[in-house]
Design a protein. Structure first.
Length: 318
């Protein structure tokens, strides 16, 4: 399969000024209001080729924003991968050794595997353990509408609905390849008040991804109570909140073959396949079909191979 080519319409911002931070963890800065309130975090560049989060967080730094209550932490997760970004080969900087968004299970974090990403996750872990509410900003390889990944629990869906943007809320349990940061610890515990959201802001390098990241970040900071509504109203660009649609994911299809998944059609996401059993592609020589009627295809991926999710299957729910 030929690797798709992409136009890079946004530019990475320089994050070197944030390297030291003030937490003892590189590229992590915490502002403490001194007043009671939640510890809120915005995380950027979990993947190094996803530029929109860095643009949004850099903008927030430059505004001199401070929390009116609780704490606000701003972080750049895989900063080393981000600093290797090259617009001539934009897919190459996703990570250094492995995907840092698949290492957030206790066994891995407490284990002996040593990669840049496992070491970075262990650095970040004490900070994340103290966070009450987190927004993790991402983007996608496909030209798909922006979506919020709320996790499988009702508390995640409820927080996503409070933000009112983006239009699509996808409730899923993650990937077979490993646990995401948004599912780590109390975020994934129904008995905990901790909560997290992961926003996919559109295609990695399209102009609107930066605007979506900006607006979703502002709504998150407003809903969590760390900034004033007047500041958000002054700077947010979204005209009006759409009617949100919630999709409950039954599971991903995980690729078994050694080569990238072959698609039957040019799916980009949110296609509704009317009949269960409809062939949508091939995993090596194996036909892959929709598991039920009215099946929604979520984030079909054209470059992933064995062990990764080719697509998530879901249904619209009330």
């Amino acid at each position: 399969m030929t690797t798709p080519t992409y136009s890079v319409d946004i530019e990475p911002v320089d994050i070197a000024a944030y390297a030291d931070g003030n937490t003892g963890v590189p590229y992590v800065t915490t502002f403490d209001s001194g007043a009671a309130g939640p510890h809120v975090m915005v995380m950027a560049v979990t993947h190094g080729n996803e530029l929109c989060g860095a643009i949004a967080v850099d903008w927030l730094f430059r505004q001199g924003v401070r929390p009116k209550q609780g704490k606000l932490t701003l972080g750049f997760s895989n900063w080393r991968a981000y600093q290797s970004f090259d617009a001539k080969n934009p897919l190459a900087s996703r990570y250094v050794d492995e995907d840092i968004n698949r290492v957030w299970d206790t066994a891995t974090l407490d284990g002996e595997r040593v990669t840049f990403e496992t070491e970075r996750a262990r650095q970040l872990r004490p900070v994340i353990d103290d966070v009450d509410l987190m927004l993790d900003i991402h983007s996608m390889t496909t030209f798909c509408e922006p979506l919020m990944l709320s996790g499988p629990l009702e508390k995640g869906r409820a927080l996503a609905r409070q933000l009112t943007i983006p239009e699509y809320v996808v409730s899923d349990a993650g990937h077979a390849a490993g646990k995401r940061m948004r599912d780590y610890g109390g975020f994934g515990d129904p008995a905990s008040n901790k909560n997290a959201l992961l926003v996919e802001c559109g295609q990695h390098w399209e102009t609107r991804s930066a605007q979506v990241a900006h607006d979703v970040m502002l709504k998150f900071l407003e809903v969590t109570g760390v900034v004033d509504a007047d500041f958000v109203a002054e700077h947010i660009k979204v005209a009006e909140a759409p009617e949100q649609k919630v999709i409950e994911v039954s599971g991903p299809y995980t690729i078994e073959a050694d080569q990238p998944f072959t698609w039957k059609d040019n799916y980009t996401g949110f296609e509704v396949i009317e009949k269960g059993g409809t062939v949508i592609g091939w995993d090596g020589d194996k036909e892959v079909s929709t598991p039920y009627d009215e099946c929604v295809l979520i984030m079909p991926n054209r470059i992933k191979s064995r062990g990764h999710s080719a697509v998530r299957f879901g249904r619209y729910v009330a």
